[in-house]
Ligand binder design. Sequence first.
Ligand code: 3PG
Ligand code: CO
Length: 555
Amino acid sequence: GVSWKLADHPKLPKGKVVAMIVLDGWGEAHDNQYNCISVAETPTMDSLKNGAPDRWRLVRAHGTAVGLPTEDDMGNSEVGHNALGAGRIFAQGAKLCDLALESGKIYDGEGFNYIKESFESGTLHLIGLLSDGGVHSRIDQVLLLVKGASERGAKRIRVHALTDGRDVLDGSSVAFVETLQNYLSELREQGIDAQIASGGGRMYVTMDRYENDWDVVKRGWDAQVLGEAPYKFKSALEAVKTLRAEPKANDQYLPPFVIVDESGKAVGPIVDGDAVVTFNFRADRMVMAAKAFEYEDFDKFDRVRVPKIRYAGMLQYDGELKLPNHYLVSPPEIDRTSGEYLTHNGVRTFACSETVKFGHVTFFWNGNRSGYFDSEMEEYVEVPSDSGITFNVQPKMKALEIAEKARDAILSGKFHQVRVNLPNSDMVGHTGDIAATVVACKAADEAVKMILDTIEQVGGIYVVTADHGNAEDMVKRNKKGEPALDKDGKIQILTSHTLEPVPIAIGGPGLLPGVRYRKDVPSGGLANVAATVMNLHGFVAPDDYETTLIEVVDN
Ligand code: 3PG
Ligand code: CO
């Protein structure tokens, strides 16, 4: 068994209230007009940066520092919150799928063998996000999987492709669809009946998260399973090109479409005896669809027809719920997270965000685990997000409400750790609306102020950091770092995350004067934060945790 008892920190006291603030998508970059954080009025964050020099620093939030395959992989909220909460670096879904596909082990696993049973008489359907963003999925993995399945008996393959434009440039969907379509037509020449069967934009079709809007999942079900959608096309390439030509259309929000044959019949509804794989490795935006495919009892929308299928996820999306039951690659086993340790050591925790990021400060933070470790010790509060809008319309989102919940939790005296995620800079940054993102950053800064003021009032400690970059750079750049122009000479707005490091500031009246950042962890990353926070609660982190960022000097 695990020994949960943490050693006492030799110098730092227990019992202080620690506010742990995660600004989603708040990286550090040079000042310029595309840096919405520097353009915005952010007096609170500025004062932290320009305050005590040994209590503000940057940490790495992308690439191998958070368990991603390469240094070209931008950070994301899943891996960022995993690292923050778990204090160690785990090879993440993207990497685990690469390894399983490279070695071919994916085809020996239980999940593949389960779906393979359907190859003889049924169709293999692959559903997921089609891009090279590497956040939820990767197109090269999809192509490998299609190839591998076709070599192992899949004779009829249908891909249901969700267009991205959020982890990659808007407009890139056309090239990804073309790549896939070309590949499938090569397979057809080899006698495999393979084609794209349906599609739609990720934010409008299938990929909702945390039960914000089930209609999104329903639109996907209708197109993928029932073969019904408002738009019908002969090819997916024609579909994305045509739908993108509509005014204001973008990849993230393309309406659902199905591909039909000469007679107007959908080419790939999902029927009894078929196999279905959702090829996203990341959980949050596949859990809802997985429930629709897997659960017998399901009341979130009328599924109309529930085919008897063999369904597997690329990964298992929720270990607690065993959802789905079958999966091609085992997810990272993120165990002994800081949350679980702290609960065992008497630290009472409050966690809060609004719906769109609620699972980030709870599920991801706790190593992809749902629910409480100990309901006596923890309280998680979800502020309902606005749904059915893009967040550039409401850039303040629920920042104020989240800050008020945090304030009340701090003042209640019931908690030692009050943890929040402020989504604004990320969610609005993803819309690519620069003016709105500036408003979003200001709103997040105001929320931080409210929480820091409360910490001041109760003599507590604060930690302010972020999970990855986004709003600090809103333009695609060339190798020289200059804004890259498209063929019409226009700058290309960057809706995605970045490779930038993120700030981490510590302070508050409860922090001993001698606490400062160590100088010997220059390449520290998000995984170093958990040990740091454990120290602030008066404990020493377990030996295998990434080292703490702080030291205590006598002065
Ligand atoms: C999303 O799912 O919204 C984006 O792909 C990634 O954003 P997140 O990692 O900040 O949630
Ligand atoms: Co994001």
